[in-house]
Ligand binder design. Structure first.
Ligand code: RBV
Length: 426
């Protein structure tokens, strides 16, 4: 493995040219982020700032990294999942001089080694997806917190955990919840997860989705996106839920709702999207049909209890990339995709560039906001989680529409006055 201490550890630098072509492809589909790059590469507001990032190394993330770098930041990066790095992209970034520690198929020990290396440069900003970097700083290097201005967090699970940490009074620097921007969760989580999850399942199995019973565990934004797309492909979609309002929405969207104990008996394909552990466990494997396919699209790999599956299985073998066949009692076969890790990134390429454009524009603008805090132009409490300003959502959405050549109406002054008039009625 090519490795120069202190700079990078990637699979193979010879993959760099192929990676660069993929990054250019993503750039051509991320006009909002590219417009921000154009603007801020002139003023370089991130000059003198050191950003450690821990987020899936994909072609889209490369566009974010190179935008941060063009705005003047020194960047060091690790992937936020052992199975989500695009080795070609990682090589291209290492060749371009980014400190890069990521390769596909690393083990958990290597995963944390990579995070440690990104901290060697003593960052003053952090950028997370899943909060593993923030947790590492707080738990292993607490002395670093004082020099860190703040961090940003990409995903639902990470934001959820950081809010618990803040409520417990344990957070030592402010974090911006990028996930909670409308231009993030209502697009990335729904349409991104919807498409990329089915993409991962199809690449790993090549099965026909039409006519299948697809069980989606969790009807949050991600689960809803998956369900919507699976329905469009002709599947019979079943949702499992613990939250009454989410379950009720599913029923009104034409999705059948039942407990996992029932769904386990009839599902052909299972997709977990809950953010909690042990959604599919031993007793569910016991009643599954021969040929059942199980996958996860939640951030962590604990939604499917894999030790339970292994305990019940006499043997297992690899059928094809990201598809492992487990032989169960009664000669039933169960197929586990991507080792229960997020199937959309492990078996496909994650969300498409067009949707990551807005997520990562929010990331970039949030890093700039933290710099404003450093400069005293804005204040933040060091133990809190912050939302994205609502104006930012509207600005980014307007920019995205404009880059798509779409124009929209504007309220006239009379309409605006009517809109604000609390005396108007029938
Ligand atoms: N995600 N990133 C990509 N193509 O770079 N795809 C998905 C990509 C992010 C997404 O924003 C989600 O919140 C997170 O991965 C889950 O880990």
């Amino acid at each position: 493995m090519d490795f120069k201490e202190g700079q990078y550890k990637v699979r193979d630098l010879k993959l760099a040219d192929a990676g660069r072509r993929q990054i250019e492809w993503a750039e051509s589909r991320m006009p909002v982020l590219m417009a921000l790059r154009e603007k801020y590469s002139k003023t370089k507001p991130l000059s003198g700032y050191r950003i450690a990032g821990c987020l899936h190394v994909t072609k889209e993330t490369a566009v974010l990294i190179e935008t941060l770098s063009a705005a003047g930041a020194q960047v060091s990066w690790s992937g936020c999942n052992p199975l989500s790095t695009n080795d070609e992209v990682a090589a291209a970034l290492a060749v371009a001089g980014i400190e890069m520690y990521a390769w596909y198929g690393m083990n958990v020990e290597e995963f944390y080694w990579c995070i440690d290396r990104t901290l060697d440069m003593k960052p003053n900003l952090t950028l997370d997806d899943g909060a593993d970097l923030i947790f590492t700083v707080h738990n292993k290097y607490p002395e670093m917190c004082a020099d860190i201005i703040g961090g940003t967090e990409e995903t639902t699970t990470g934001v959820h955990r950081l809010r618990s940490m803040a409520a417990d009074g344990k957070m030592k620097y402010p974090v911006i919840a990028v996930n909670d921007a409308e231009t993030k969760w209502d697009f990335d989580n729904v349409y991104g997860t919807g498409q990329s999850t089915l993409d991962g399942i199809i690449r790993a199995t090549s099965v026909l989705l039409a006519g299948k019973n697809i069980v989606v565990a969790g009807y949050g934004h991600c689960g809803k996106g998956v369900a919507m797309r699976a329905k469009g492909m002709g599947a019979n979609v079943i949702a499992t839920e613990v939250k009454p309002t989410a379950a009720l929405k599913a029923t009104l969207e034409g999705v059948q709702v039942m407990p996992m104990d029932e769904a386990a008996k009839i599902g052909d394909i299972f997709i977990t999207a809950t953010g909690v552990k042990d959604v599919i466990v031993g007793r569910h494997f016991d009643v599954m049909k021969d040929g059942a396919i199980i996958s996860n699209t939640g951030h962590y790999d604990c939604e499917i209890n894999i030790p339970d599956l292994e305990e019940r299985s006499a043997t297992h073998r690899t059928i094809r990339a990201n598809c492992e066949e487990y032989l169960m009692s009664g000669n039933r076969r169960i197929y586990l995709l991507a080792q229960g890790r997020l199937v959309n990134l492990a078996a496909a390429e994650g969300h498409p560039s067009e949707v990551m454009d807005m997520s990562f524009a929010n990331q970039f603008l949030s890093q700039l906001r933290l710099v404003r805090v450093d400069k005293g132009e804005e204040t933040m409490d060091r133990g809190s989680v912050y939302d994205i300003p609502v104006e930012q959502d509207q600005e980014l959405a307007a920019l995205k529409l404009a880059t798509n050549g779409i124009t929209i109406d504007k309220l006239t002054e009379a309409q605006m006055a009517y809109h604000l008039d609390y005396a108007a009625g029938t």
